[in-house]
Ligand binder design. Structure first.
Ligand code: C5P
Length: 224
């Protein structure tokens, strides 16, 4: 299959030296790219700023902001059979970016924030027969939030991730996730390495039902 994967955080500038971002390390998305390439898939990895080297044999696209990630996903979507949005896109950005470094001042400073574009929502109408997989990082009511994202973003699978635990989610090498399918199926996975989680997500994607669904999404060039 031709798989488009996003990874890492985005950075939203406040001024030339400061930005808003989050704790995403990119490890989950990079693990997905590494395992997918090993299995013979053709992988494009769109990544926000992280401290990881792109895996070998991956087409790599570096981005910084949510807008840049949206533009890159739009550009490569038509060439893929499946989109895995593992990136932790920043939810807000400063409404105005200061051209000069904002001077330090004592006391409080208010930042006016606006929402960034929701990439999955924007691409929903262009999904066609492609398989869309998203992540839901939550610190409370994990499955409720994940089910809402599955419906709102028109996903085929959501990987629900309790990021309040120290051994799962952001920055660490292990993860504990639950896979929720659009059809209602639920798979609770135990704590495992992100490479193993990646393998389980790809097992799901490679199932005959999904391969049939995605075939033709990118001009019928499906085949691992
Ligand atoms: O809405 P929330 O950020 O919790 O949803 C998480 C899922 O949506 C992830 O798959 C993430 O990559 C994707 N997302 C997106 N565009 C955003 C924010 C998140 O596509 N602006």
């Amino acid at each position: 299959m031709r798989i488009l994967i996003t990874a890492g955080p985005t950075r939203e500038a406040i001024d030339p030296v400061r930005f808003l971002s989050n704790r995403s390390s990119g490890k989950m998305g990079y693990a997905l790219a590494r395992v997918a390439v090993r299995r013979g898939h053709v992988v494009t990895l769109i990544s926000g700023p992280v401290a990881l080297r792109p895996p070998p044999k991956v087409s790599f696209v570096a981005v910084t902001t949510a807008d840049e990630m949206l533009a890159a996903v739009k550009r490569y979507l038509s060439q893929c059979d499946a989109l895995i949005m593992a990136a932790a896109v920043a939810d807000w950005r400063p409404r105005r970016v200061s051209a000069q470094k904002i001077k330090k001042a004592t006391g409080y400073r208010l930042l006016c924030l606006e929402p960034t574009p929701d990439i999955l929502k924007q691409l929903r109408s262009k999904k066609g027969r492609r398989v869309f997989i998203g992540f839901a990082a939550e610190t409370e009511r994990l499955l409720t939030g994940a089910r809402r994202k599955l419906a709102e973003k028109g996903l085929d699978l959501v990987v629900a991730n309790d990021v309040s635990r120290r051994d799962a989610g952001f920055e660490v090498d292990t993860n504990r996730v639950t896979l929720l399918e659009a059809g209602g199926g639920v798979r609770v996975l135990p704590l495992m390495t992100k490479m193993k989680v990646a393998a389980r997500i790809l097992d799901w994607l490679e199932a005959p039902a999904r391969r049939g669904c995605a075939s033709g999404a990118a001009g019928g060039r499906v085949g691992a």
